[in-house]
Design a protein around this ligand. Structure first.
Ligand code: TRP
Length: 452
C-alpha cells in the first residue's frame, strides 16, 4: 500500500516538534534533582559532554534511520536490514517507554495534586517554611498519590483512545512558551532570595571531588531521558522530516533548546533549595518541595498572586507531562494494533491498565512499600534507573551500531549530507562519533556501572 507520508512544514516546525517531545518532566523535575544528587556544577559539565559526545550522535543515528526508512522503528529495521534479527531491537523500543510511563504517570499525578493545592490556596495559608513538608506527607500517604496517578493515567488513556486531538496540541503550544516565561520569572525571583547565592555557586563552581563513578551513568541516562532517545521517538519523528532538511541543524537546535530549558530549571530550583535550607540531594521531591515555597514567598501578603503563578505553573507542567506521556503509550498501542492486529480500544486499555498497576506499586514505594528494595533502590527509583541508565542507552547502542556497522557508509553519508550538498566536511566527524565513540562510550559507562 502506498500512503503519502506527511511532512513537517518547516525547519522551525521540525525543531519545535522534537523539542516538544524532549522538553518535559525530564528537564524541570528530573534534571534539578539528579544534578543535586551527583554534585552540581561538575555534573553539569559531565552532562554537557555526555550530550555532545554520546547523545547527539545517537540523535543523528535515529534521524538517519528514520528519514532513510520513512517508517516506524520496527518497520525501519525490517526495511533497511530485511530478514535480519535487527527488527527485534525495535521491540525493546516498545517496552522501554511503557516502563517509563509507569512512574512518569506517578509524577504527573503529583502535578495534578499540586495544581489542586494551588487552586485551593493551600500554599498561601501557612508560613513558607512549612510548604516543603507537604510533599513528604503527601507521597507517603496511601491513597492520595495513587488517586492522582489514576487520574493522570486515565487522562493519557482517554486522549490516546481518541487519537491525539488538536486540542492538546494547540494547548501545549500555548502552555510551553508560558512555562518558559514563568520559569524565567521564577529564576529572577529565586536569585533574590536570601542565601540564594550559595546555590548559584553550587551551579557554577565545579567541585570534581563530588563526582562519584555512577555520576557518569547518571549523566548519560539523563541525556537520553531528556532528549527522548533510545526508544525510536526521534526516529519516528525524523521519518516525517523532508529530504531537503538539514539533519545536523535540527539535532543541534533540539539539543540546545532542551539543555537551555534544563539549565534554566536548575537555576530556578537550586538557589531556592539553598535559600529554604533544603538539601540539593533530596531526590525526586526536590522541585515539588522548592517551587511552592518560592510561590509562597513571591506572593507574601497577596495570596491571589501565589495562587495565580503556581496554578499557571502546574497547568503548564501538566501539559508538558501529558504530551510526553501520550507519546509513550502511543508507541505500544501502535505496535499492538499494527503488528498484532489488536483493536485500538483494547490495546489502549490493556496497556494503560498494566502501566497503572506498576505505577501504583511505584507510588506506594514512597509509603507502605518503602521497605521493598531492588538492589538497594525503592521500586520507583529502581524503575527510573533501569530505564534511564540501562534500557535507553541500550537502545542508543543498537541504533548507533546499526548506522555505524550495518548500513553502508555511502547510504549514511547520502542521508546525512542530503546527497552531498550539506555538512560534507562535518560528516567524517559525526560518522566517527556514531561508529566508534558513542558505542564504545556507552559500553564503557555500562562496564563501569557494573563493576563499581
Ligand atoms: N523527554 C521527555 C522529558 O524530558 C520524556 C520522554 C518523552 C521520553 N518521550 C520519551 C523519555 C521517550 C524517553 C523516551 O520529560
Amino acid at each position: 500500500m502506498i500512503r503519502k507520508r506527511e511532512h513537517f512544514g518547516s525547519r522551525f516546525a521540525v525543531i519545535a516538534a522534537m523539542a516538544g517531545s524532549a522538553v518535559g518532566l525530564g528537564n524541570i523535575w528530573r534534571f534539578p534533582f539528579i544534578l543535586g544528587e551527583y554534585g552540581g556544577a561538575a555534573f553539569i559539565l559531565v552532562y554537557i559532554a555526555a550530550c555532545v559526545v554520546l547523545a547527539l550522535p545517537i540523535f543523528y543515528a535515529e534521524s538517519i534511520i528514520g528519514r532513510a526508512a520513512r517508517t516506524d522503528t520496527f518497520g525501519a529495521m525490517s526495511k533497511l536490514a530485511p530478514g535480519t534479527p535487527w527488527r527485534w531491537a525495535g521491540l525493546l523500543t516498545v517496552v522501554s517507554p511503557l516502563l517509563i510511563l509507569c512512574y512518569y504517570s506517578v509524577v504527573g499525578g503529583w502535578s495534578v495534586e499540586y495544581l489542586f493545592k494551588s487552586l485551593s490556596f493551600s500554599f498561601t495559608d501557612i508560613p513558607a517554611e512549612e510548604v516543603p513538608h507537604f510533599f513528604g506527607r503527601f507521597i507517603s500517604s496511601p491513597w492520595q498519590p495513587v488517586f492522582t496517578h489514576t487520574a493522570f493515567m486515565a487522562a493519557v488513556a482517554f486522549i490516546v483512545l481518541g487519537g491525539v486531538n488538536k486540542g492538546i496540541e494547540k494547548f501545549s503550544k500555548l502552555a510551553m512558551p508560558a512555562l518558559f516565561v514563568l520559569i524565567l520569572v521564577i529564576v529572577g525571583y529565586s536569585l533574590t532570595l536570601p542565601g540564594a547565592m550559595k546555590g548559584v555557586e553550587y551551579l557554577v563552581k565545579p567541585d570534581f571531588s563530588r563526582l562519584t563513578a555512577d555520576a557518569y551513568a547518571a549523566a548519560l541516562g539523563q541525556a537520553f531521558f531528556s532528549l527522548s532517545l533510545g526508544v525510536g521517538t526521534i526516529l519516528t519523528y525524523s521519518s516525517y522530516v523532508k529530504k531537503e532538511e538539514n539533519l545536523l541543524v535540527s539535532g543541534v537546535g533540539t539539543a540546545v533548546s532542551d539543555l537551555l530549558f534544563a539549565i534554566i530549571a536548575a537555576f530556578a530550583v537550586i538557589p531556592a533549595v539553598f535559600a529554604s535550607g533544603l538539601h540539593p540531594g533530596a531526590g525526586p521531591g526536590l522541585v515539588f518541595e522548592t517551587l511552592p515555597y518560592i510561590f509562597n514567598k513571591m506572593g507574601e501578603g497577596v495570596p491571589v498572586l501565589t495562587t495565580l503563578v503556581s496554578s499557571i505553573f502546574f497547568v503548564a507542567i501538566l501539559a508538558a507531562a501529558l504530551t510526553s506521556a501520550i507519546s509513550m503509550l502511543e508507541v505500544g498501542v501502535a505496535f499492538l494494533t499494527d503488528e498484532r492486529g489488536m483493536k485500538r480500544r483494547t490495546a489502549t486499555l490493556l496497556l494503560a491498565f498494566l502501566c497503572w498497576v506498576v505505577g501504583v506499586l511505584c507510588s506506594l514505594s514512597f509509603g507502605s512499600l518503602s521497605e521493598v528494595k531492588f538492589l538497594g533502590l525503592s521500586i520507583f527509583d529502581f524503575l527510573d534507573h533501569l530505564c534511564s541508565d540501562w534500557l535507553l542507552p541500550l537502545g542508543g547502542l543498537i541504533f548507533t551500531t546499526f548506522v555505524g556497522w550495518k548500513m553502508s557508509k555511502a547510504s549514511v553519508r547520502e542521508e546525512f549530507t542530503n546527497g552531498g550538498t550539506v555538512n560534507t566536511r562535518l560528516f567524517g566527524v559525526i560518522y566517527f562519533l556514531m561508529r566508534y565513540v558513542a558505542p564504545v562510550g556507552i559500553l564503557v559507562v555500562f562496564a563501569t556501572n557494573l563493576l563499581l
